[in-house]
Design a protein around this ligand. Sequence first.
Ligand code: SF4
Ligand code: SF4
Length: 343
Amino acid sequence: MKELVVISGKGGTGKTSTTASLAVLAGRCVVADCDVDAADLHLVLSPKVLDRHDFYSGHQAVIREEDCSGCGACLAHCRFGAISSRAPAEELDGGLRAARYDCENCIVCRRSCPARANDMIHAMSVAMGVAGGGGFSVDPVACEGCGVCVNLCPEKAIDFRPRLCGEWFVSQTRCGTMVHAKLGIAQSNSGKLVSTVRQEARRAAEKQDVPMIIVDGPPGIGCPVIASVTGASMMLAVAEPTLSGEHDLKRVLQLARHFGIPSALCINKWDLNPDIAARIEAYCREQSVPLAGRIRYDRAFTHAQIQRQTVVEMSEDGVAADIRAVWAAVVAQLECGRAEVRA
Ligand code: SF4
Ligand code: SF4
């Protein structure tokens, strides 16, 4: 089994459109969309979801208000500012303390406020021990799941629940099985989700005896990219001829070299700036990274996307011929290079 990972370094180079075209040209493959932070391969391949799974990663602190005494220890020690109280901080720091020591327990304030809505009244009620909890709560977006508050809480009033970070899917497309995912809003640990998607793609390929996995990788060189390329048979870097495209391509090729992944270059929209395209090619020659091909700029790409198709399904010539040439070069390199997926 071979696993081709398409990477770009920089976003917006046409990586996903190219990946979709390669998946169509492969004929029989499993497709994995590892760009889980901003998945969009489904827009072109129109997957029909067969299986849907929750993705849990890390933990989330949740205060059980009925068990909270309002001591404020969690708020004082959370380094991520994730805990808040209905009482303003200055009242907690000053007013609440003052209430602890100075309150005569006359409860006039509580009697005079039928809704008990006043923050100071609430703080004083807590200080007097006549109000349950302190209105403490955890902001689920800001909580990093470090567990400090859970360990410090004297009342053991904080649950540490597995965090639901997203979903992953096994779907059917016109190219074969597709494994893809959706990371929840403001959720992290996309590297772990990428590993899950790749693992499930391999499982599907083995089960169906499919010889090729094509992975749409995330942009950048961070954790999700590392999780996408490690152990792959080959990385195809899709670059655009711009200064930032050139810069980010160099970084992603360094990453591939570090992990010992055979690479090839594809320059998309090369004719928008032939000088930078030539410079990128020269750099890749120096680094012994073969050129799989150049793809010209063509609005047919966009027109195909609007119709939820790939450009190779709409045409044989022009930009579609460029992509066919890239695919032929990739297949040749996969066949003569390091071929098998490594564990
Ligand atoms: S688990 Fe850590 S980040 Fe989350 S609320 Fe508790 S102390 Fe703050
Ligand atoms: S949750 Fe625990 S640590 Fe936080 S205010 Fe309540 S009792 Fe204190």
